[in-house]
Design a protein around this ligand. Structure first.
Ligand SMILES: [Fe+2]
Length: 160
């Protein structure tokens, strides 16, 4: 790994680890996006419409964000993780309720756990980026954490 003018403020020794952390975030975000899709399709009950549309808002936001995260990896002159099998094998997101007849709250609780896991992954790499002089990755991850915290708040509020 060599630094370029685009990355020369970042400690060389940290770039590979930052990229690995970002790739983990890509995988975890993909896992959460899949859970949100599943919840969007299969949720039932009196709250169907707001949950169906709320899950969609979240997976659409994630789809765009994943591209930004993967492209940050490329800006660091590393390679992005991709492909469903690879990302599924890397992802730390647990499979949530998958079958018909699941209570709506179970879907909400499942994606809430997923958001919390993604926050944890993003936070680790945010700290590494901060220690390593990579303000751009830190900025990206602060944005990601804030967004997931906001979605988590909304989901927690539903569960009360
Ligand atoms: Fe849809």
């Amino acid at each position: 790994m060599s630094t370029t003018t685009a990355t020369n403020t970042i400690k060389d020794s940290a770039i590979t680890d930052i990229a690995a952390g970002l790739n983990q975030l890509v995988a975890d975000s993909y896992g959460l996006m899949a859970q949100l899709h599943l919840a969007h399709w299969n949720v039932e009950g009196a709250d169907f419409y707001p949950l169906h549309t709320g899950f969609q808002t979240q997976y659409e936001e994630l789809f765009t964000a994943i591209d930004d995260i993967a492209e940050r990896v490329r800006a660091l002159d590393c390679y992005s993780a991709g492909g469903l099998k690879t990302l599924a094998s890397m992802s730390n997101i647990e499979e949530g309720p998958s079958a018909s007849g699941c209570p709506a709250k179970d879907f909400v609780a499942s994606v809430l756990v997923g958001h919390e896991k993604v926050i944890e992954t993003a936070h680790k790499t945010r700290l590494l980026a901060a220690e390593s002089g990579d303000a751009e990755t830190e900025d990206l991850l602060i944005g990601r954490i804030s967004t997931h915290q906001k979605f988590a708040w909304m989901l927690r509020s539903y569960l009360k």
